[in-house]
Design a protein around this ligand. Structure first.
Ligand code: AP5
Length: 221
């Protein structure tokens, strides 16, 4: 295990960021920080953050930068991040990326790598339409590509599987538009910093895992 794996997973909705982050978490012992998961929990718990973010999530729009930046600045200072972290869903705009640079500088840290996972639109739609998430443990499955043994029941913990509100067709279209306009420019941002590794995200989960590990080779060991 590298005690300092610090990786950003970049890619469109449904690229497999969360799936690969969970595998990397096991591999390196680094903690997955998914801003989407944090926000969905806040919405479910009806916290002040959840009340503020709920409408954005429902529409597939981005929550305002200042809200997310404060959240990440605080999260990265928590103890478990000392083992390394996998940022899944952050940064998502240029201001968020610039703020991350500042936050890391203050913590005297830098990123090992920004992994950009690219998947075409038709694959994204297939993946998101069939995604199911466990209400209890957050494990991901897919009705076709990773079907649970018993429909609607999580293989890992027996919890109830549900379909995310934003995985409905009209919201998916909006999320893809938002990704192209606001998040895709980060690929060039990180390419200019020399931190970018690009991988083809089409293939089975285990094939992508091998590509991810190869891309990280030498950067995180
Ligand atoms: P978030 O939860 O981050 O959603 P996302 O980026 O749209 O990404 P997804 O979680 O949809 O996809 P993924 O790439 O993780 O794919 P997964 O591994 O699940 O954000 C949700 C919302 O929160 C945003 O719209 C916004 O409102 C807000 N938000 C979050 N962060 C924000 C930020 N920084 N700033 C502002 N707002 C923010 O895989 C998808 C499915 O495919 C699964 O079923 C999986 O089993 C399957 N699958 C995965 N890989 C494969 C494979 N190789 N082959 C076959 N199936 C596969």
């Amino acid at each position: 295990m590298d005690a300092s794996a610090r990786v950003v997973l970049l890619g469109p909705p449904g690229a497999g960021k969360g799936t690969q982050a969970k595998l990397l978490e096991q591999e390196f012992g680094a903690v997955q920080i998914s801003t989407g998961d944090i926000l969905r929990k806040a919405v479910a718990d009806q916290t002040p953050l959840g009340k503020q973010a709920g409408d954005y999530l429902k529409r597939g729009a981005l929550v305002p930068d200042d809200v997310i930046i404060d959240l990440i600045a605080e999260r990265l200072q928590q103890k478990d991040c000392a083992k390394g972290f996998l940022l899944d869903g952050f940064p998502r705009t240029i201001p968020q990326a610039e703020s991350l640079d500042v936050i890391l500088k203050k913590l005297a840290l830098s990123l090992n790598c920004v992994l950009s996972v690219q998947v075409p639109r038709e694959v994204i739609i297939e993946r998101l339409a069939g995604r199911r998430t466990c209400k209890n443990c957050g494990a991901l499955s897919h009705v076709i590509f990773e079907p649970p043994k018993q429909p609607g029941v999580c293989d890992r913990c027996g919890g109830e599987l549900y379909q995310r509100d934003d995985d409905r067709e009209e919201t998916i279209a909006n999320r893809l538009t938002v990704y192209e306009a606001q998040t895709a420019p980060l690929v060039d941002y990180y390419r200019r910093q020399g931190a970018l590794r690009e991988i083809d995200g089409v293939g089975s989960i285990s094939e992508i895992r091998v590509r991810v590990m190869t891309a990280l080779g030498g950067l995180v060991s």
